[in-house]
Design a protein around this ligand. Structure first.
Ligand code: NCD
Length: 330
């Protein structure tokens, strides 16, 4: 008789736990942590139509102080798929009324939830909240700093496409608004751990100060940066984070840095075209390439996002080692 999907997941996990109690940054993740997250995510992907009871009687809150479409829906559906009770708060009214992030988070923590999924427009806010609550905090994007689940789902997409366990012989070219991108913040940390060669191509004004310290090769000419790349990763020009002051016009930006068929053809034949979404068609990427082109993995990224988030919610809300956090009260 074939095993239940739940049992297959338990077998793959083999009693393992993550070394971290929250996911704020990819920095502290060990090689074993990364392997564990991906082993489980792949197994969840095998059973994408099955509803799991692995996190039954556990609840989570999406605390989105900044708006989101895919990240919030993905976490919410991932939690529900594990039979969690989930609720979502977007652009919290409590903070508008003058309450601090910590007081809002501690209020939600008092429901005895197992996870708070936190997005803020300020860098560092998730880490601060994590120290003050018992629930596991998963950073769903903090300002310009990090967006760890995005980098993990991106790495899974690349590793599976090339059927490899690291990125040692892979060139990843990231094009666009690097300066304001928390996706870049997590990607550069994780992909360096996995051994990738990372190239960035952007106008000088859209690069962070001291970009050379990030362990990347800097290109101002996008065509040079794309040659032989295994991954072409486009980032959105993030006007809401202030990028419009850093480029002349979107039309000129797009002419110089937008990914077109001709530019994509400079990359490796098997190169993946990726983007974290939301895509600005004909600015970041030529419209015909976004979802219709066989090299585009943009929707595959979204699918892998669900699998990675299920994996993390199961690992962080349901530990075998019974480790818990102490919450600092103010
Ligand atoms: C990104 C974000 O919000 O940081 N999107 C996402 O979460 N998938 C990237 C962006 O806003 O451009």
């Amino acid at each position: 008789m074939s095993k239940q999907p739940e049992q297959e997941l338990i077998d793959i996990r083999a009693g393992r736990d993550l070394s971290v109690l929250d996911l704020i940054s990819v920095d502290p993740l060990t090689d074993d942590d990364i392997t564990l997250i991906f082993d489980i995510a792949r197994k969840f992907r095998d059973f994408e139509t099955h509803k799991f009871d692995l996190n039954k009687n556990r609840s989570m809150v999406n605390v989105f102080f900044e708006n989101s479409t895919r990240t919030m829906s993905s976490f919410d559906l991932a939690g529900k798929n594990l039979s969690m009770d989930t609720t979502s708060i977007s652009s919290s009214s409590s903070v508008k009324k003058g309450e601090s992030y910590i007081d809002t988070a501690q209020t939600l923590d008092s429901y005895n939830v197992k996870a708070l999924i936190v997005r803020t427009s300020e860098s560092g806010a998730s880490e601060m909240i994590a120290r003050h609550v018992k629930a596991a905090v998963l950073n769903a994007g903090d300002g310009w700093h990090e967006h760890p689940t995005q980098a993990l789902l991106d790495a899974l997409t690349i590793l599976d496409h090339y059927d490899v366990t690291d990125m040692k012989d892979k060139i990843v070219t990231i094009v666009g608004d690097i300066r304001h991108s928390r996706v870049f913040g997590s990607m550069v940390r994780l992909f360096n751990k996995l051994g990738a060669t990372i190239r960035v191509a952007a106008p000088q004004t859209l690069l962070p100060m001291h970009a050379d310290k990030f362990g990347v090769e800097i290109f101002y000419d996008v065509e040079d940066a794309l040659k032989d790349a295994h991954v072409v990763y486009a980032l959105r020009v993030q006007e809401e984070r202030g990028s419009n002051g850093y480029i002349p016009t979107l039309r000129e930006y797009s002419k110089m840095y937008g990914i077109t068929r001709k530019r994509l053809d400079l990359a490796n034949d098997k190169a993946l075209l990726m983007h974290p979404g939301p895509v600005r068609r004909d600015v970041d990427v030529h419209s015909a390439l976004v979802t219709m082109d066989e090299q585009s993995h943009i929707l595959r990224q979204v699918e892998n996002g669900m699998a990675v988030r299920k994996s993390l919610l199961w690992l962080l809300c349901n530990r075998n080692d019974g480790k818990t956090k102490d919450a600092v009260k103010l």
